[in-house]
Design a protein around this ligand. Structure first.
Ligand SMILES: *[C@@H]1O[C@H](CO)[C@@H](O)[C@H](O)[C@H]1NC(C)=O
Ligand SMILES: *[C@@H]1O[C@H](CO)[C@@H](O)[C@H](O)[C@H]1NC(C)=O
Ligand SMILES: *[C@@H]1O[C@H](CO)[C@@H](O)[C@H](O)[C@H]1NC(C)=O
Ligand SMILES: *[C@@H]1O[C@H](CO)[C@@H](O)[C@H](O)[C@H]1NC(C)=O
Ligand SMILES: *[C@@H]1O[C@H](CO)[C@@H](O)[C@H](O)[C@H]1NC(C)=O
Ligand SMILES: *[C@@H]1O[C@H](CO)[C@@H](O)[C@H](O)[C@H]1NC(C)=O
Ligand SMILES: *[C@@H]1O[C@H](CO)[C@@H](O)[C@H](O)[C@H]1NC(C)=O
Length: 577
């Protein structure tokens, strides 16, 4: 090599000094233009040298020189490629042309020189490669318009091949994107984004050679972070989605209970407390609460930041305002048109410290068989049986919210909202005995108490026992002293009755104006006529109009066998009204 270079200087000198050289052994020859494919093996034929002198003659010497001369070697009069395992001819590294010179010496005197130009043929030995800067994670706003180009990917191929870009349809979020033109690498938004449902998207993009047989490809996983845009309204908490996975909430119905004792308190709600959040969680803008309606002239005020609802004035008359219905609103501070409304109910309850109680566990009732359809059950002494629970939360012991019912409901009996038991007399059989369970329920607090009612059906004309005592007597369950006393009493009563009868007989003989001997019937039990009796089934009408004064059948035939409590209720309609 060194000699070649040294001789190069000689060449210039000789060209000048011996312009005409004759009888040279280095005759002929011309510039060599050849081509070789990259990656060719060592020894690959490049060209035959056309110098006609005999290169094997000692006097003639051929020499390769120039920048790329070491890529060649001479094999006789053939130029071959000089490569090795560690030195592969790579067009992408070496460039497209190898340049060298071939010099012919004769007795160390340069006779001629030719240029060697070897074009390196391209082989598709490279895959496309993405430019890293074009596949970094992108952040785009969820409000970005569909069909806009959101980013551009780019890949290069060292072989200079053309590249087309393809979105891998099997990648999880491929449906949101498309490539506008195959060779552009522009990724276009194909579907609207929604931060609330998907805030991170991933797609695989392929870069593939489009003008080669091999169609080498490469892929890149691109992450797209969705940025929250203000597209959601604020909502009250807790949120009940309208459907699973749909970020639209049904506003909760808040409720709180107060009593007339409450004044100036922050109300405790269920579900509670009243609170809200922006539907755009990523933005989480500040919210503002207000009362839309029902504040009852400032009785209720809301804290516009926290949503706390405060009662400022006590409720004086629970009957006038048993409950308050309000509507509260929450709006975005930065956009007063983005609001939600929820309903709030504040119920005014009675103070409840005591449960209702029955003052006995078993009530005793009697009913006399009769032809009338409906009758009132009475108790000892022919009094109207009233099963009533008392509630010490009320001064008079009467809680208006108590609802009475039979459990289980009976086809034969009903209990009114005054605690009066009514029987369907026509269906009863004498000497039947019915044990009912009556339940008193405080509709407001849900507290319940129960008692049993033991009812005996008596035969027509049979007297209602006057008391437990009398009843016991019938069973002879009394001691002899008591029996003696009673016997005396009965004797006395018998005598007085005899006396009255005597007097009546005398009177009737004297006054012919009362020929039929009518006995004025007194209503011994005033309570009956003043009681409200109603047979209504539902609680709505339970405290409505009742039946004022039970109709008493005054007809003569029934008069004598009629029992004061066991008045048949003639007018069914009147009861039901
Ligand atoms: C090159 O020369 C060799 C003989 O030296 C011959 O066999 C071969 O065919 C020649 N190649 C070309 C392309 O002329
Ligand atoms: C062939 O290439 C190697 C370098 O890889 C070089 O050392 C050697 O001299 C070359 N051969 C010729 C004949 O130029
Ligand atoms: C990429 O090339 C591989 C083989 O190397 C092939 O299996 C795959 O289908 C190609 N991908 C595309 C998108 O053409
Ligand atoms: C929204 O901001 C409030 C404070 O302004 C904070 O208490 C709340 O945790 C935030 N919510 C979210 C989901 O970031
Ligand atoms: C919230 O109420 C306070 C007074 O209670 C008032 O100063 C403030 O301006 C209100 N905030 C908004 C956003 O209306
Ligand atoms: C039980 O309560 C009734 C009213 O419900 C009342 O008339 C009666 O006197 C009470 N009896 C007792 C023993 O307290
Ligand atoms: C209010 O009282 C009713 C019973 O009258 C009860 O069912 C409800 O749970 C109470 N609500 C709250 C918030 O305490």
């Amino acid at each position: 090599m060194l000699t070649c270079c040294r001789l190069l200087l000689w060449q210039v000198f000789l060209r000048l000094s011996f312009h005409v050289v004759t009888a040279s052994m280095c005759r002929g020859g011309k510039d060599i233009l050849a081509s070789v494919r990259e990656n060719s093996p060592t020894g690959q034929f490049i060209a035959n040298i056309s110098v006609s002198g005999d290169p094997r003659a000692n006097a003639v010497r051929l020499c390769l020189s120039g920048v790329n001369a070491d890529w060649f070697y001479l094999d006789g009069r053939t130029i071959r490629l000089n490569t090795s395992l560690s030195r592969v001819l790579d067009r992408e590294v070496q460039g497209s042309v190898l340049v060298a010179e071939l010099t012919c010496y004769e007795d160390d005197v340069m006779q001629s020189q030719f240029r060697i130009l070897v074009k390196i043929g391209n082989e598709n030995d490279n895959r496309p490669n993405f430019l890293q800067g074009t596949i970094r994670p992108f952040t785009i706003n969820e409000l970005t318009a569909v069909d806009s180009v959101i980013f551009t990917v780019r890949a290069v191929d060292a072989d200079g091949d053309m590249i087309r870009y393809i979105i891998d349809k099997s990648s999880p979020d491929a449906r949101f994107f498309r490539i506008d033109l195959p060779n552009s690498g522009n990724v276009v938004l194909d579907k609207p984004l929604d931060y609330e449902t998907r805030s991170h998207l991933q797609l695989v993009i392929w870069a593939q050679e489009s003008n080669t047989v091999d169609e080498f490809n490469t892929s890149a996983l691109v992450t797209v972070n969705v940025e929250d845009g203000d597209d959601q309204y604020p909502h009250f908490l807790p949120c009940t989605p309208v459907a699973p996975g749909v970020p639209v909430c049904i506003s909760p119905a808040y409720s709180a209970n107060i009593t007339h004792k409450h004044e100036d308190v922050i109300l405790d709600f269920s579900p509670g407390p009243i609170s809200a959040e922006d539907g755009d969680r990523g933005i989480n803008t500040s919210l503002m609460f207000s009362i839309v309606s029902g504040d009852d002239r400032g009785r209720f005020v809301i804290n516009n930041l926290t949503g706390e609802l405060r009662l400022t004035r006590a409720v004086d008359d629970r009957k006038l305002t048993p409950d308050f219905a309000l509507r509260v609103m929450v709006c975005q501070v930065d956009d007063r048109l983005k609001c939600s409304v929820a309903s709030v109910t504040v119920r005014v309850l009675y103070e409840n410290t005591f449960p209702p109680v029955f003052n006995r566990t078993t009530f005793k009732g009697f009913i006399i068989q009769s032809s009338s359809p409906v009758s009132i059950v009475c108790t000892y002494g022919n009094q109207v049986l009233q099963v009533q629970a008392s509630d010490h939360d009320f001064a008079d012991g009467l809680n208006p919210n108590i609802h009475y019912s039979l459990r289980p409901p009976s086809g034969l009996y009903q209990v009114t909202q005054r605690g009066i038991v009514i029987a369907r007399t026509e269906r009863l059989l004498a000497s039947d005995r019915h044990v009912l369970q009556v339940v008193a329920r405080d509709e407001e607090s849900g507290e319940e108490v129960s008692a049993s009612v033991d009812i005996e059906v008596l035969q027509r004309g049979q007297a209602v026992p006057r008391g437990v005592f009398h009843e016991q007597q019938m069973f002879g369950d009394v001691d002899s002293r008591l029996a003696g006393g009673i016997a005396v009493m009965i004797l006395l009563m018998f005598l007085s009755a005899l006396l009255i009868l005597l007097l009546r007989t005398m009177k009737s003989q004297r006054s012919p104006t009362d020929p039929e001997g009518h006995i004025a019937l007194e209503q011994p039990d005033e309570t009956v006529s003043s009681l409200d009796i109603s047979l209504s089934q539902g609680e709505s009408s339970s405290r409505s109009e009742g039946l004022h004064g039970v109709q008493v059948d005054q007809s003569e035939e029934t008069l004598h066998e009629q029992n004061d409590c066991q008045q048949p209720i003639r007018d069914q309609k009147q009861i039901n009204d």
